[in-house]
Design a protein around this ligand. Structure first.
Ligand code: XMP
Length: 328
């Protein structure tokens, strides 16, 4: 597609000044394209969709409706932040859908990783399409497509983000993709210039299937909760100790097996938490981060005393290759 190539004349957005001029150009372009019509956006809280939301709010305000679907596999506090930033500070139209039980219901007993991903993806489309059908007069669908998405999927499949939407929905909308020529680092500079919170703009990568791939095998509510709570402790400690922004990706995994332990003089039979902390440039290869031993011991103490059902903490020393970054 001819309009899917970044213009050769486009300067790389590296400063707030360049970001501000990109923002004003986009505001004009968006207003010209959208006029008085309404726009719909699936807002995950990731940097791409958040930047698109913030841009559209500046350009057309309440003509934008954001839908945030909580699939129950998000990190602790993630949906709350989306709601407080966009409903609060930005005064956006935001529909919040708590579909946690619905997703978990579909995932009961499913242990195959690819099937888990497929179910999560398909359910997401279903929930979003249901919300879209309830809304009248929406003419546009906004998407956080960025330039690497276009480069990776090739010209024919460039709009893969809506690829899965049912025809009756997809055919009703025209696409709005204001950041489709930006690289990730440029999206972050634009996010800063738009006043989005630093931890939203510079957050580590987080897979679409969320904590679901960090709860290997068949997901249960209890084990998922152990993943969520241990991840929150790890993130809090990394932030407090200056590792946020220094380590590319860090998270916890709770495997299905249990082992014997002892707590308060009593035998336990509980899960381990595995910590993964890696650095990489492009996610193709990754090295393991050297975490200070005292900090590790502190994190172990916190996880084993605060997270229900856990009696051990393991550190994954495996680089990629041979281990992938995620566990499924
Ligand atoms: P792996 O595990 O293959 O991951 O070394 C490389 C990077 O991709 C992320 N990842 C995903 N992102 N949907 C996503 O949006 C997925 O299904 C998915 N699987 C892995 C992973 O977090 C890492 O940054």
């Amino acid at each position: 597609m001819a309009n899917d190539r970044r213009p050769d004349t486009m300067a790389r957005i590296t400063t707030l000044e360049l970001a501000n001029s990109f923002i004003s150009e986009q505001i004009t372009a968006l207003r010209n394209q959208i006029k008085d019509k309404r726009v719909l956006l699936a807002l995950s809280g990731g940097v791409d969709s958040s930047v698109v939301a913030a841009l559209l709010i500046k350009a057309i305000g309440k003509q934008l409706t954001c839908v945030h679907v909580n699939h129950g596999l998000l990190r602790k506090g993630e949906s709350d932040q989306v709601i407080s930033v966009f409903r609060g500070e930005m005064d956006a139209n935001l529909i919040y859908v708590d579909a946690s039980d619905r997703f978990l219901g579909k995932l009961i007993g499913i242990s195959d990783p690819e099937l888990k991903r497929k179910i999560i993806g398909a359910e997401f489309i279903d929930v979003f399409a249901e919300e879209a059908r309830k809304l009248d007069g929406i003419a546009f669908l906004a998407q956080g497509t960025i330039y690497p998405d276009i480069l990776e999927s090739g010209p024919v499949k460039s709009h893969h983000n809506v690829g899965g939407l049912p025809k009756d929905i997809a055919s009703r909308f025209e696409l709005v993709e204001p950041i489709k020529f930006l690289y990730k680092d440029e999206v972050r500079v634009v996010g800063d210039a738009l006043g989005l919170p630093h931890n939203m703009v510079y957050r580590q990568p987080f897979p679409g299937p969320g904590l679901g791939v960090r709860c290997p095998g068949a997901i249960t509510k209890e084990r998922l909760e152990a993943v969520r709570e241990s991840d929150a402790i790890l993130r809090e400690e990394f932030a407090k100790n200056g590792l946020e922004g220094k380590v590319w990706q860090y998270f916890t995994v709770v495997p299905e097996f249990r082992s014997t332990g002892v707590k308060d003089g009593k035998r336990t039979y509980e899960w381990p938490v595995i910590i993964r902390a890696v650095n990489t440039r492009d996610a193709v290869e990754a090295t393991v981060e050297d975490i200070p031993f005292a900090l590790m011991q502190h994190i172990v103490r916190r996880i084993t005393s605060e997270v229900k059902g856990v009696n051990r903490v393991l550190y994954d020393f495996t680089p990629k290759p041979t281990g992938t970054i995620e566990y499924e």
